[in-house]
Design a protein around this ligand. Structure first.
Ligand code: TYM
Length: 327
């Protein structure tokens, strides 16, 4: 069975982009793959975090994983910092990567904004991400489009190390991207991707949003003034984004949807999308509260960490041996 690994940062406001780009794949893959899903708290501290908030958000994401349908009997769910191999392999891989390739990362450029006093962790973040993936001999990494460059870097590092120490050192993984959900754009500004940190709450729909908030955010989503419903991300990014979300939720292609519809204007499209989104998120909200309050949640994470650690330790033994470490 092929192995899957992916992770989400515990930083609150998990939104439709996270769901349609990544989380939905997590659930789909677990029946015929060996899946490992991580809550990447060590990534979250690349920017300052309040420790209490971080602890809370870790449990929030764990509960959300289960609420969307990740089954801890089928998949491993665990917290990154509970398995020390991530940080250890992260360091080893730092010594097998180049500052030039890290400075070229789009996300680093965007987050550092050319400032001098940028945290070193923001620069080396993709190396830790490569360590997360390579630690588990991962074959497939389900993610949104914004992680494509990081997956490429992970592959480059794996191939580089394999070249030096032998092909049996690391499995070279592939990214897995959704057709419709890979890049969900902000509702208020469809030229930007939907993000957890945007100030305008109507720029995103969080998975736990109430029906009234979902309605408001979609009905006021930015479109354009020509009134024609057509899929054209370059010239009509707002409408195209709504069609993409529609397609991701309905499981039908944009072409099929457009061939079938009899909308008189953007308002009709939006109204249908509101209903579709409310319906899709309802069961998640229903499951969430119960799971978040249950004692089972922490037990799942403890068990997940144990199972993840057993796999990670095998890889670390091999890697230490290859590099001449671990006397
Ligand atoms: P994070 O926490 O920012 O996002 C979690 C997942 O959601 C996807 N995503 C989106 N997909 C579509 N449209 C959007 N607007 C959108 N915004 C976010 C992300 O691509 C991601 O799949 N570096 C990662 C976490 C990570 C990881 C890993 C992932 C750490 N180690 C190892 C895979 C494998 C991140 O910050 O995701």
């Amino acid at each position: 069975m092929k192995r899957v690994f992916s992770g989400v940062q515990p930083t609150g406001n998990i939104h439709l982009g996270n769901y349609l780009g990544a989380l939905k794949q997590f659930v789909e893959l677990q029946d015929d793959h060996e899946c490992i899903y991580c809550i990447v708290d060590e990534h979250a501290i690349t920017v300052p975090q309040d420790p209490e908030e971080l602890r809370k958000h870790i449990l929030d994401v764990a509960a959300l994983y289960m609420a969307i349908g990740i089954d801890p009997k089928k998949s491993i769910i665990f917290v990154q910092s509970a398995v020390s191999g991530h940080a250890e392999l992260g360091w080893i891989l730092c010594c097998s990567s180049y500052t030039g390739e890290l400075y070229r990362m789009t996300q680093f450029k965007a987050k550092s904004g050319g400032k001098e006093s940028v945290g070193t962790g923001l620069l080396t973040y993709p190396v830790l991400m490569a360590a997360d993936i390579l630690l588990y001999d991962t074959d497939v990494v389900p993610v949104g489009n914004d992680q494509k460059q990081h997956i490429e870097l992970c592959r480059d590092i794996a191939i580089r190390v394999n070249h030096r120490f032998g092909e049996d050192t690391f499995v070279v993984p592939d990214g897995r991207f959704m057709k419709a959900g890979a890049r969900v754009m902000a509702l208020d500004d469809p030229t930007q991707k939907m993000s957890k940190s945007a100030l305008n709450e109507h720029s995103r729909i969080s998975l736990l949003d109430q029906d009234s908030k979902i309605k408001k955010s979609i009905m006021r989503a930015t479109t354009d003034s020509d009134g024609e419903i057509r899929f054209d991300p370059e010239n009509k990014p707002g409408v195209s984004n709504l069609l993409n979300i529609y397609s991701a939720f309905s499981g039908r292609s944009v072409e099929e949807i457009l061939a079938d519809q009899n909308w008189r204007g953007y308002g009709d499209l939006k109204k249908e999308l509101v209903a579709l989104t409310q319906e899709a998120l309802r069961p998640i909200k229903q499951n969430y509260d119960e799971i978040r309050e249950s004692d089972e949640l922490k037990a799942v994470l403890r068990d997940g960490a144990e199972r993840a650690n057993a796999i990670a330790e095998k890889t670390m033994k091999r890697v230490r041996d290859k590099f001449g470490l671990g006397f």
